[in-house]
Design a protein around this ligand. Structure first.
Ligand SMILES: C[S@@+](CC[C@H](N)C(=O)[O-])C[C@H]1O[C@@H](n2cnc3c(N)ncnc32)[C@H](O)[C@@H]1O
Length: 199
């Protein structure tokens, strides 16, 4: 399947700092598992979790370390290489979101799209990706999605909260919660953490 280039891909070198930044933090023992702690709280023990756009692996590795069955998937080859270098035991698929096939992978208790994945998707694919997320969820499954609402990073888009909610609802997902952080602060204007469920 041919998919349009993602905003992440188009930004190219402008975003290369992300992976190294987190690898340096991990190397210094800094906690980079905030998103994973919230994800862990959303699922039963030993859950099936798919981390879409797993980047350098920090969230998927933290969830695997908590005993979950994690499918990590990252289309950027440089980030996959970095993930392997940092978390050698974490297998990472090369699929981009629209290439994830529930018929092949099964369904999940939780889909994770954190760290701005939604604002780096290919232009015009937001609803298709959200529809794919829906299809990857078990009937009681949920999605944890977090992103900056303004285009704060090179190549990213501005994605207003109301537009995101309309996109999610158009594909049969509903907003269960919106928070302002992974520590469940109340909603803020510049960043949103969403918990979505099927219809
Ligand atoms: C800032 S990185 C965040 C990585 C990781 N989720 C984290 O929080 O550390 C943004 C990621 O979005 C991914 N991405 C963008 N479009 C994607 C798509 N269509 N499918 C899968 N990943 C995508 C990029 O490859 C990149 O890894």
């Amino acid at each position: 399947m041919t998919t349009p280039p993602t905003r992440w891909e188009l930004a190219g070198e402008d975003n290369r700092g992300y992976g190294q930044h987190f690898a340096d933090l991990v190397g210094r023992g800094v906690d980079v598992a905030g998103e994973a702690r919230l994800a862990d709280a959303l699922v039963p023990r030993g859950a099936r979790v798919v981390d879409i756009g797993s980047g350098m692996g920090r969230v998927a590795a933290a969830l695997a370390a908590r005993g979950h069955d994690v499918v990590a998937t990252e289309p950027d080859p440089a980030l996959r290489a970095q993930s392997l270098a940092t978390y050698a035991d974490l297998e990472v698929l090369p699929h981009e979101a629209l290439a994830l096939d529930p018929g092949e992978l099964g369904t999940f208790d939780l889909a994770v799209l954190v760290g701005n994945v939604m604002i780096f998707l290919a232009e015009g694919t937001e609803r298709s990706v959200l529809a794919r997320v829906r299809d990857l969820l078990a009937p009681t499954g949920r999605a944890l999605v977090g992103f900056h609402l303004q285009a704060v990073k090179a190549g990213s888009r501005t994605y207003p909260a109301a537009e995101f909610v309309a996109d999610a609802e158009s594909v049969g997902l509903r907003v269960v919660h919106r928070f302002g952080s992974y520590e469940l602060h109340e909603p803020v204007d510049d960043y949103a953490v969403w918990v979505l469920a099927r219809g």
